[in-house]
Write a protein that binds this ligand. Structure first.
Ligand SMILES: Cc1cc2nc3c(=O)[nH]c(=O)nc-3n(C[C@H](O)[C@H](O)[C@H](O)COP(=O)(O)OP(=O)(O)OC[C@H]3O[C@@H](n4cnc5c(N)ncnc54)[C@H](O)[C@@H]3O)c2cc1C
Length: 417
């Protein structure tokens, strides 16, 4: 089944045009090739097969570029689309319909997040050295903030230290879940600048430092196994006396926490629109199966249990989508006023996504958990999203704080704005 993506009457022609052309590539070039594009390398696979896959990916990327749809997150001067926030959000739900399609449109996490941070905080020199190779694909990167000994949901608890020694930082610390750690050429590492002797404490201003992974003392301990797999590219990393020049600081010392918030805050809208696109796909798959599978003398679509799944999923997707678009519209008018809405979608959308995929799996039966369909991968992704980028509980605390703060000032909540 292809994505049914017609123009939306309430948005401008430019955004409809972007969505329409994105859907064309998703429907005509990516969905029919999904099985081949993302097949794991199999034992016995010939180089000819693998080369064909790589050529196919390159072909689709060329089409995306020719259509002017490459790198929606980047400004035009860096070869991106230079999209405003809302247009980017509306585009994401379309390209996320096909699993893995984002990478064919030039958006690959964590590289894309690091690119945006380098665009905003990087010096001209850093852009030449790190940003441009990241954009042209000759370098890979990771973002290294979370630490096993400290709560990732409270980023101010980090203790990885950077001591200034002449014109160098000397970094010591222990991180984990640094995604893309196996392939990365450099990490952006969140540290605290402290005096010698204060290492391992929670004092000192925060700073992000660019650390080439080939530097002595960057020790990748392991790719942590997740979801039953023996290994992943989410790495545990020990930084042991790592020396990097002071000019590798990304932004000013003390700006680190703000930079991390910039990276996560607005980015949550894009992640949620991705989830909406994937829920849309799961919904299509569920309905498609319900209309064709016969059980106990009738089609699944005629069973009330399944009709309930369809109705509940419809409600989940509509609510998730409209909440996210509302948050994106508010962000367009300034990040500060949208914080409550961003936390609300960060909780609601991954939970709704989990429910929708869960029902789709149930309707497909055994096939639902097989690798023949994208549902099992979606299920793990949706569950993970409830932890990454701030767990549900942290966002609930923030919503309650903002709401109670407003009532404390004698004002009720204005749901119309
Ligand atoms: C697949 C994956 C990829 C990731 N990639 C990266 C990456 O590239 N770079 C990186 O730096 N990090 C990455 N992370 C880490 C992620 O950002 C953290 O896992 C997340 O911030 C939560 O931190 P934590 O795991 O230390 O949980 P903790 O902070 O220990 O929290 C554990 C649980 O406690 C509960 N909790 C927290 N605070 C409260 C509260 N105030 N009240 C009540 N309950 C509370 C929540 O349920 C939470 O899930 C990744 C994680 C995953 C799973």
């Amino acid at each position: 089944m292809t994505m049914n993506c017609k123009p939306i009457a309430t948005i401008d022609d430019r955004i409809n045009d972007i969505r329409g052309r994105t859907a064309e590539i998703v429907n005509n070039d990516i969905l029919p090739n999904e099985g081949r594009l993302w097949a794991e390398r199999r034992a016995g696979e010939s180089w000819t097969d693998r080369t064909e896959v790589l050529e196919l990916r390159a072909e689709i990327k060329d089409k995306v570029k020719a259509a002017g749809l490459w790198a929606p997150h980047l400004p035009a001067e860096y070869g991106g689309m230079g999209l405003d926030f809302l247009a980017h959000a509306y585009m994401n739900e379309v390209l996320a319909y096909a699993i893995g399609a984002a990478s064919l449109f030039g958006v690959v996490a964590p590289n894309s997040g690091n690119q945006s941070v380098l665009v905003k905080y990087g010096t001209e020199d850093q852009k030449q050295k790190w940003l441009l190779p990241l954009i042209d694909g000759t370098m890979e990167s990771g973002f290294s903030m979370t630490e096993p000994e400290n709560a990732g949901s409270d980023p101010r608890s980090i203790t990885t230290s950077a001591v200034i020694d002449g014109d160098h930082f000397v970094i010591n610390g222990h991180k984990w879940f640094t995604s893309n750690g196996i392939d990365a050429d450099f990490f952006i590492v969140m540290c605290r600048v402290v005096e010698a002797g204060q290492e391992g404490t929670r004092v000192g201003p925060m700073v992000q430092i660019i650390v080439p992974t080939a530097t002595t003392g960057v020790n990748i301990v392991r790719g942590i196994g997740v979801w039953g797999r023996a290994e992943s590219d989410h790495c545990e990393v020990r930084y042991e006396g790592v020396r990097v020049p002071i000019e590798n600081a990304l932004g000013r010392v003390g700006e680190g926490h703000q930079a991390a918030q910039d990276r996560l805050g607005a980015g949550r809208i894009f992640h949620c629109m991705n989830s909406v696109g994937q829920m849309w796909r799961a919904f299509d798959l569920m309905v498609e199966r319900a209309t064709t599978r016969e059980v106990h003398g009738g089609l699944l679509q005629d069973k009330q249990f399944v009709q309930g799944f369809i109705a509940d999923s419809y409600i989940d997707i509509q609510a998730a989508r409209l909440m996210t678009i509302h948050a994106a519209e508010k962000i367009d008018q300034g990040l500060q006023g949208a914080r409550t809405d961003i936390s609300a979608i960060k909780i609601f959308v991954p939970n709704a996504y989990s429910r929708v995929v869960d029902r789709a799996i149930q309707v497909w039966g055994a096939a639902g958990v097989s690798n023949d369909l994208p549902l099992a991968g979606m299920y793990m992704g949706a569950r993970t999203l409830r932890i990454a980028d701030g767990p549900d509980e942290v966002h609930k605390i923030l919503i309650a704080k903002n709401v109670l703060g407003q009532y404390a000032q004698g004002e009720g909540w204005d749901f119309g704005n």
